[in-house]
Write a protein that binds this ligand. Structure first.
Ligand SMILES: Cc1cc2nc3c(=O)[nH]c(=O)nc-3n(C[C@H](O)[C@H](O)[C@H](O)COP(=O)(O)OP(=O)(O)OC[C@H]3O[C@@H](n4cnc5c(N)ncnc54)[C@H](O)[C@@H]3O)c2cc1C
Length: 453
């Protein structure tokens, strides 16, 4: 007998999209509520008029261990748009550069000796420290949640050159926080997940990227699934409160005063937006307090269009010593095969952008252009055709020391109400995989509900 329940998903980011897609695939009646006029949440494409282009709101990388994300891409038919390069480049301001291998045994060599000035002794020390680090990821010391990543690196004896070349940069990429404030537990948990997945899949976890824009990757395929299964998508539908009567969800109140009837709800909004929605859930105060304490970390992304190539050698390059202004340069020509008739597009990312987030776009671009000149000789004669600065003050929840154990489970005390979103408890940090993994768990909980008599 078909399920008469009405399933409502609140939030059209990756967690909400994946929840709606999988509930629809399971034959459920689904309504998706999104407060904005577009889907995608923190992952979406945006127009760049001067260059007649469709770049993203920020470059997103994808780890090969993102199993749930790949399941989502298979559901929406876009799995083919992810590529995994063999190498990236680490660059120093004086023009020195080193190939960073991302696959196979050569990747191990990168972790231990990527710095151009590393001598044999440095490499041996880095190899020993890396082994200790790996061991402690799997057998975590009890005080790891009380340490910053920097303190943990000191404890395992990670040499300064290995830190400069790879580890500080990697840690910033994992948690979007500088090592001086990032929780060591976050990095350890993500590395442990990577090691576990590497053993399961019998190949090391590596970093990849989308070969198309984020709308094509995540949204248009989902919209096809919605059309096929009759999912109702309501844009500009701002959910205010989930109504619960006698331990069961009955509906979702919207800001316009209307009520969307619901028998089951996936609440897939970020920690910054959950306030008010769960007021009728007995444990709401605890969840709100956790959402508050998790806080936010800023990311600044710039889509920089130049009138000539920058002289990159790989799809993505890390600027060592440039942290705080630009961490990574992504070459969209190499990544997506885009034409260069109008301009060359480089996506610049600054994670943990506490110093940049309040600056004007002009100041940010000027600072970035000056930095690029120190790393890329071709930048001396390049002109900026267009620059789009995307400031995300609440890019992700913060993963600083003191945040361990705060992320709420997808299950609540009301069986027909589940939570999803990158900030809920998963085995990844604040990532797209975390968002989609949380959706898989939330949907599993709803699909396990006893059938309606
Ligand atoms: C610049 C940037 C770069 C990043 N880079 C990477 C990367 O390289 N790799 C990676 O894995 N991750 C990266 N991330 C993180 C990743 O984008 C997020 O973790 C993920 O997209 C979060 O998805 P979500 O569905 O949990 O939340 P969101 O995408 O925020 O979706 C939540 C949705 O809920 C809607 N909403 C909120 N309140 C309401 C309401 N009351 N009613 C209705 N709708 C509501 C919002 O409008 C939004 O659409 C990056 C993030 C940013 C910002």
């Amino acid at each position: 007998m078909s399920d008469p329940r009405r399933y409502v998903v609140i939030g059209g980011g990756l967690a909400g999209l994946a929840s709606a897609v999988w509930l629809a695939e399971a034959g459920k009646q689904v309504t998706l509520l999104e407060r904005r006029g577009r889907l995608g949440g923190r992952t979406h494409a945006m127009k760049a008029d001067a260059a007649e282009d469709l770049p993203d709101n920020g470059q997103h990388v994808i780890a090969s261990g993102y199993d749930h994300l790949f399941r989502y891409l298979t559901s929406v038919g876009t799995r083919q748009y992810v590529a995994f390069p063999h190498r990236a480049t680490l660059r120093w301001p004086d023009g020195r550069k080193v190939a960073m291998h991302t696959k196979g045994w050569r990747a191990l060599r990168t972790f231990t000796g990527a710095h151009p000035d590393s001598g044999v002794l440095d490499r041996i020390r880095a190899a020993i420290a890396t082994t200790r680090l790996g061991w402690q990821c799997l057998n975590q010391p009890t005080d790891l949640a009380d340490l910053t990543t920097e303190q943990w690196f000191d404890r395992v004896g990670m040499p300064a050159k290995a830190r400069e070349a790879v580890w500080d940069w990697l840690a910033l990429g994992v948690a979007a926080e500088p090592v001086q404030q990032e929780s060591a537990k976050i990095l350890a948990d993500v590395l442990a997940t990577g090691i576990r997945l590497g053993l399961t899949h019998r190949r090391p976890v590596t970093i990849g990227y989308p070969t198309t824009d984020l709308d094509t990757l995540y949204i248009t395929g989902a919209q096809r699934v919605f059309e096929r299964h009759g999912v109702e998508v309501r844009h500009r539908a701002v959910a205010r409160r989930i109504h619960i009567v006698d331990g069961r969800v009955t509906g979702v109140a919207l800001a316009d005063g209307s009520i969307v009837p619901a028998d089951a709800v996936v609440c897939a909004v970020p920690n910054s937006n959950v306030g008010g929605l769960l007021d009728e859930l007995p444990e709401h105060a605890e969840i709100y307090a956790a959402a508050d304490k998790l806080g936010y970390t800023p990311i600044v992304s710039t889509n920089l269009y130049l009138d000539r190539p920058l002289g990159t050698e790989a799809e993505f390059e890390a600027l060592i010593g440039g942290t705080g202004v630009i961490d990574e340069v992504f070459d969209r020509q190499r990544m997506t095969g885009r034409g260069t008739e109008r301009a060359w597009l480089y996506c610049l990312t600054t994670s943990g952008a506490y110093a940049q987030i309040h600056k004007s776009s002009d100041e940010i671009v000027a600072e970035q252009v000056e930095l690029l000149r120190r790393y890329y000789p071709a930048m001396a004669s390049a002109n900026v055709v267009q620059a789009q600065v995307v400031r995300m003050p609440k890019a992700t929840f913060s993963q600083v020391i003191g945040t361990h154990g705060l992320r709420p489970d997808q299950r609540t005390s009301v069986p027909t109400l589940v939570l999803a979103g990158d900030w809920t408890a998963t085995d990844w940090s604040a990532t797209m995989e975390s968002a989609v993994q949380s959706a898989a768990r939330a949907v599993d909980l709803l699909l396990a509900l006893p059938s309606v008599p």
